[in-house]
Design a protein around this ligand. Structure first.
Ligand code: TRP
Ligand code: ZN
Length: 470
């Protein structure tokens, strides 16, 4: 038949129509989601093509064998037609993956677990992925030498995930830009307790095991998700305005931490006054053993502390609930939005409680006599807070101290009334969401029309070296 025959195009059209129709529920029409979200510091973190809305994690951990058994049920919405998508998972053995209840093909390469669903997923479709996995979770040593991920402790373990460690204990979209709600259930040997984020929803025991369930109803970034397993005494109280306080304490730290933990309601009240309404439905703290981790972390609802802490650190970690956990950075470049704010919260607390004023702290840092060690005073100027020089340095002094100095410069420029409007308004504008540094500078400029922030942005936020003038 000659090519110009009328039959040929109509046959082609028919084939196309059939192919398109088939895509309504199944068939091949999608493309693979990206293996990362182009974070400038952690390019492989997170994945493209979908947004997680909920994680249901059912975990069992045996401290003796160090073995974790898990089932992760991940509810997500496709943001493109998908033939495949990645989850981030480091270590552990995958037993099987289903998508929408049907067995899915999967393979692993580095931290990428690539899932090929039986049927392609349509853009806009909500789908559920179930991953069964087990093994000894790994501990990650970051470029800065700090340890994160799954940390084994004297009688249990704790999951701490800043910046990327949560992929050592559950598969997911491990980037701060994709927040989700969580249900976390943990079974441990009887006698041990499992504490997590959100509020407890159940507790049961069966044949030598105890199971603890926790529900997080407000969106949470995976790096502030936690489970702490060990000998913990959990106590519940409420703040004056009715926010439940769950505090879990390693009994060896009970005496040393009692006084500072009793300040939680007072700190919460002061932070609400300064930062605005509390974004979550419960608060508290987890006090582990002194060797459990090398740092405290702002795990959502209840920050984790390695041993009894001090008031400043508690103020810092609770301030992160507003700045970091509720208003979460869009990328790891925006880390100063977490640490600059939490550090400035410490300065404000001091100022309001008979200590040095924020201005005195600023001047002492600028002069270089704040720390005992000259090297520590110098370290503040290593790079600008708005652009850390590498992934190894996102938790370094320029992000904390010089980040706080940026906020102090803004306060100096706009005055106290507008400054408090700005920090409260910022927390309100991006409550339970994500924001980046450009969002912040634009917000400040909008709130203080007519003020000139050029020098603050150019020299303090983005400039190399120590600014000429304090
Ligand atoms: N983000 C934590 C805080 O400021 C501290 C922290 C977590 C940290 N991981 C780290 C500090 C790694 C240095 C290195 O509360
Ligand atoms: Zn911090």
């Amino acid at each position: 038949m000659p090519r110009s025959s009328a039959a040929a195009p109509s046959a082609l059209a028919l084939t196309l129509t059939l192919a398109l129709t088939a895509c309504g529920g199944s068939g091949v029409h999608g493309t693979p989601g990206a293996s990362g979200v182009r974070d400038p510091y952690f390019p492989k973190a997170g994945n493209g093509g979908y947004d997680v809305t909920h994680y249901a994690l059912t975990l069992a951990y045996d401290p003796e064998s160090e073995k974790l058994t898990g089932k992760a049920e991940i509810t997500a919405r496709a943001t493109q037609d998908l033939s495949a998508f990645d989850l981030d998972l480091k270590g552990l053995d995958v037993g099987g993956v289903t998508v929408e209840g049907r067995g899915a093909r999967w393979n692993r390469s580095g931290q990428e677990l690539t899932v090929r669903p039986h049927d392609d997923l349509d853009k806009g479709e909500t789908f559920r992925t179930t991953v069964r996995y087990s093994g000894k979770p790994v501990t990650i040593t970051d470029a800065d030498g700090s340890q994160e991920g799954w940390l084994r402790t004297a009688d249990g373990a704790v999951g701490l995930g800043e910046p990327t460690g949560s992929m050592t204990w559950f598969p997911g979209n491990h980037h701060p830009s994709d927040k989700a709600t969580y249900d976390i259930t943990v079974t441990v040997p009887k006698g041990l307790t499992a504490v997590s984020n959100g509020e407890p929803t159940g507790e049961s025991t069966k044949k030598g095991h105890a199971t603890f369930s926790w529900h997080t109803a407000q969106p949470m970034a995976s790096y502030v998700a936690t489970v702490a397993i060990g000998t913990y005494k959990v106590s519940r109280s409420v703040t004056k305005d009715g926010v439940p306080v769950y505090v879990a304490v390693d009994p060896t730290q009970a005496k040393a931490s009692a006084k500072v933990l009793a300040k939680i309601p007072e700190i919460m009240a002061w932070e609400k006054l300064n930062f605005g309404p509390y974004p979550f439905t419960s608060t508290g703290a987890i006090i582990g053993g002194p060797d459990d981790a090398g740092y405290a972390l702002e795990t959502q609802n209840r920050p984790f502390f390695p041993g009894a802490t001090d008031t400043g650190t508690l103020v810092h970690e609770l301030a992160h609930q507003w700045y970091g956990d509720s208003v979460t950075p869009k990328s790891w470049r925006d880390m100063w939005l977490n640490e600059g704010f939490a550090t400035y919260a410490e300065w404000l607390w001091q100022e309001d409680h008979g200590g040095d004023s924020a201005d005195e702290i600023f001047n002492s840092l600028y002069k270089g006599d704040y720390y005992d060690d000259a090297k520590d005073n110098e370290a503040i100027w290593a790079f600008p807070p708005g652009k850390p020089d590498s992934a190894a340095h996102i938790s370094d002094p320029p992000v904390y101290d010089r980040g706080a100095m940026v906020l102090h410069k803004i306060r100096e420029t706009v005055g106290d009334d507008t400054f408090y409007d700005i920090i409260q308004g910022w927390a309100a504008a991006h409550r339970r969401g994500n924001a980046d540094t450009d969002d912040f500078t634009a917000y400040v400029e909008k709130k203080a029309p007519g003020k000139d922030f050029t020098e603050i942005w150019d020299d303090w936020l983005y400039g190399d070296g120590k600014p000429d003038r304090p």
